[in-house]
Write a protein of this length. Sequence first.
Length: 381
Amino acid sequence: MRKSLAPSILDRQKLCGYLSSMMIVAGETAIARQRNTSSMVAQAQRAGASEKAEVELSEDSLSLARKGPTSSTTSKKQKDSDFLEGPKKAFFDRITQVAMSPELCNLAALLAQSALLAKAPNTLKAYQAENRLRKAWMAKKDLPEEEQSLLLYLAHRSQVVGSGSIAKAIAAFRMVNNNLSIFGGQLAGDLIKSMKKREIESRTQPSQISWTEVEKIVKRVDVQDPKSERNALITLISWTALLRASEAAEIKWTDLKREGDVLEIRVRHAKNDQLAQGRSTFVEYKDGTDLDILLSRWRVRCSEPAFKSDYIFFNLNNRESCRLLPFQRGAANALRASGLSFEEVKAKGRWRSDASVARYLTDAPSAQGLHATTSTSLVKS
């Protein structure tokens, strides 16, 4: 009899595994290349405009080429569904069995890729790191990769990490395996709640800057000192626009646009910008105000060759610590006290969820429907 030319199930699985591994490797390489490029951009910013630093891109950052043989390691680590576990892995294996042609295998590989690339790069990297830790611990303890083993791992990790890390480990498990069962979810939730109660006992109140302190910084600016001018402008613009340090470091002169008494600040990478389209925040901008004077003076200074740069704060990403969270927290509460609603404060600060902005706001009369103009003591003298 003539040998059949139809591909066997094993052949289809091998083909799907090859295509999937190629696409997954390409996706991970793209993420690594993006991070490498971002790092080099930050280095170029730190160098400043006075030093036109040329960043030499190595072969590792520009191509897929790797040193040494890769065939054995790639096929070993990047099989079609190696990153999946449990029911998800079984489901994807069934898809590869259903695929009857190279075209369908390519579609199956696309599904495998989407399971990873649907996450933001930072989230994906964090989840992959969490899963590696979990799988290494399970392998060391000779435990199966299932829900009961995950709960034991969470109990083990709770002794050395905080509740946030436990929640991240659960989310990473869900990405590659399955949702927890009702009872398993209750146990994991109770573990996180008990950890939060313990953390409250040692938690310190976050610092918060008031407008009075911002005014002092602005009024004490030394016009002869560029660093003093820059710090005063960062303080004021961070207060008015609720900027984070990462957002302020990426603002370019072209991101500022004034229309009348309103200044639009374009934030390139915001917390609530999952589609990377950028966000705009609007602040009051009148002639003769402190913000107008400081920004105009800084624009003139940045026109000098020693300070010329596309970025407003071109040396903000240096090794010095720069934390703008106290300004952001203080400004958010000031806006809330002035009458802005919770949703308005959330939109202006570019927070992604209600829980995120709630951690910044403190109790105030305006938040509870009261607008007191004077305060008197209830204690008799």
